[in-house]
Design a protein around this ligand. Sequence first.
Ligand SMILES: [Zn+2]
Ligand SMILES: [Zn+2]
Length: 192
Amino acid sequence: MKAAVLHKCNKIEEQPLVIEDVNILKPRVGEVLIKVLSVGVCHSDLHVIEGRTPISLPCVCGHEIYGVVEEVGAHVTAVNIGDYVVATFIWPCGRCYNCASGLENLCENMAAIRPKGTLFNGATRLSLLDGSPLYIFLGGGFAEYAIIPESGVKVLPNELRKETSAILGCAVLSAYGAMEEDLGWHSPESLN
Ligand SMILES: [Zn+2]
Ligand SMILES: [Zn+2]
């Protein structure tokens, strides 16, 4: 497949991403293969591209992904082949202390793999044509396909099957999280 690969951090206008053919494996247990139909460009991607956020290189950025599920790994129950989905920038592991405390947005295992640029098992499903590892920043959506853990993939209702739904994956959730924090929407006391 084709992907826009970040080989070296720099100002985007001085060092563009390189669109090239890369290898992609099949999704493993709990993972989902998404055919990317649209993807947002978030400022966090720019931070990575410009070297302000540490990440393993080379890598594929892009974490506001709208697309259709083309294949699922074993034991995936959240989505089915053919579902239109959005992939988010957080993939709660469901097992760490924070996940068990209802703070999935602060998943400790997700925080650990983010700078490594891998999925939970310490690898990605991508490689360059010479076989060397190709990392991802929160999904690797700047490509024709992306493989994401199912906890980071949500099925969209019919009315949201459109390219602009990609922003649900980060821009909308980030703003919602900020509002929730500010207004105490999550707090029962706020109803008093
Ligand atoms: Zn973002
Ligand atoms: Zn967790």
